[in-house]
Design a binder for this molecule. Structure first.
Ligand code: ADP
Ligand code: MG
Length: 266
């Protein structure tokens, strides 16, 4: 049986303008994500992993190329369709969780259903949403932490809450940008175990950026972003030697903008 990709990138180009300089980040990225697959995306800091995730999530637009969801272009879809895609088809989690500090875990998980609905619609369906949020928090192991605010939770617990929030709309694909990047090794592995379980039991398709080799090894396959392009991990070593100098020069001449991008995307 040949599976069709659920999510696909074709020839993506993306540059950022820095002063008067055009800095190319992605230079022809092709990627096919099959349903039920766990893909790890690796690459040096500054290689464009978050940029690519933002394009896949339609949080930003490519300069050139296409993003397709179930074979339909989504990158140039109407605002309404892109909102639908983000609110229903995909879930996103980040390195720094992006939970609302003043809300409890349960309220944080309920947030997407409040945003996706009119106030009246939300009130009418509140009980159903609360039950779903409660079930999801139990699913991610936070049954005892529903009324806790982020400040009263550990990093691992916050990421679990963020995962539950991302699952609220029952997405097909979970995009995870360094989900374990701010956690110690053991906690990171427990988050990975949870993601694998969501994949195996619930069939969730996962695209996960990581710089942790052990985490990448647990994925079904690994793709590496090198010199603005994606290579299957096995082929990447030779390419990397070639571009090393260039990439390092670029890294030195640029400020780290990832923090700003990540928080503006949340
Ligand atoms: P990674 O996630 O692999 O560390 P990013 O995608 O965050 O890399 O960044 C890739 C490159 O693009 C970096 O050199 C970064 O400084 C630059 N960059 C990212 N976002 C922006 C932005 N909004 N404006 C300007 N430059 C950016
Ligand atoms: Mg990044």
């Amino acid at each position: 049986m040949s599976l069709k990709p659920v999510l696909e990138a074709r020839g993506l180009f993306k540059s950022y303008r820095k002063d008067r300089l055009e800095v190319p980040v992605l230079r022809g990225v092709d990627l096919e994500i099959l349903p039920g697959e766990v893909t790890a995306m690796v690459g040096r800091s500054g290689s464009g992993k978050s940029t690519l995730m933002h394009l896949l999530a339609t949080l930003d637009r490519p300069d050139q190329g296409e993003v397709l969801y179930h074979g339909e272009r989504i990158d140039n879809a109407s605002r309404r369709e892109r909102d639908r895609y983000r609110n229903h088809d995909i879930g996103i989690i980040f390195q720094f969780y992006h939970l609302m500090p003043e809300l409890t875990a349960l309220e944080n998980v309920l947030m997407p259903s409040m945003i996706g609905n009119s106030m009246l619609g939300f009130l009418r369906t509140r009980r159903v949403h609360r039950e779903r949020a409660t079930r999801l928090l139990e699913r991610v192991g936070l049954g005892e932490r529903m009324q806790h605010k982020p400040a009263e939770m550990s990093g691992g617990e916050m990421q679990r809450a963020a995962i539950a929030r991302a699952l609220m709309s029952d997405p097909t694909v979970l995009l995870a940008d360094e989900p374990t990047g701010n956690l110690d090794g053991q906690t990171g592995r427990s988050i990975l175990d949870l993601l694998r379980d969501l994949n195996e039991v619930d069939g969730l398709t996962i695209v996960m950026v990581t710089h942790d080799d052990a985490i990448a090894a647990a994925a079904d396959r690994t793709v590496r972003l090198v010199s603005g392009r994606l290579a299957a991990d096995a082929d990447a070593d030779e390419v990397e030697v070639e571009v090393e100098v260039e990439v390092e020069e670029r890294a030195e001449s640029l400020p780290r903008a990832e923090q700003a991008t990540a928080s503006s995307a949340a």
